[in-house]
Design a protein around this ligand. Structure first.
Ligand SMILES: O=C(CO)COP(=O)(O)O
Length: 143
């Protein structure tokens, strides 16, 4: 049974370089986590971090944000790092909002920018195997 805390990594296009840079600098700290990411973000991180094993979900606009939302609802996710681009309109803005809403509903540790991500990655809550729910009701078959 996998008891490692699960962390989701997502970045909008204008923030993907920042996400890769964050992951490269923190590769050692990310190693103990089960990592999931939206498709393109995960691919970019894997290119930069050879030691990280990332489960890549669908691309955000094609449902990846919602897959991460499902992990939150199931109580399987321990933290979300989402580098949001606040300056560009997104056709899938409703998905982004839905993901953030679920993180708020379940009181999930969520970092939306680099400064908070650095703090989150060092947090005892994130590394302490605390899950968001005790009774997962459904499973995401993609994982
Ligand atoms: O659009 C995203 C999040 O809303 C990110 O998706 P990708 O990582 O597939 O680009």
């Amino acid at each position: 049974m996998n008891t490692r805390p699960m962390l989701a990594l997502v970045a909008h296009d204008a923030k993907k370089d920042a996400m890769v840079d964050f992951a490269v600098r923190n590769e050692e700290k990310l190693l103990p986590f089960t990592l999931v990411a939206t498709g393109t973000t995960g691919g970019r991180i894997e290119e930069g971090c050879s030691r990280l094993n990332i489960t890549r979900l669908k691309s955000g606009p094609l449902g990846g944000d919602q897959q991460i939302g499902a992990l939150i609802a199931e109580g399987r996710l321990n933290g979300l790092i989402f580098f949001v681009d606040p300056l560009s309109p997104m056709p899938h803005d409703v998905d982004v909002k839905a993901l953030m809403r679920l993180a708020l509903v379940y009181d999930l540790p969520m970092a939306l920018n680099l400064a908070t991500a650095e703090i989150l990655l060092r947090s005892a809550r994130l590394t302490g195997l605390k899950t968001t729910s005790t009774t997962p009701e459904i499973s995401v078959s993609a994982i």
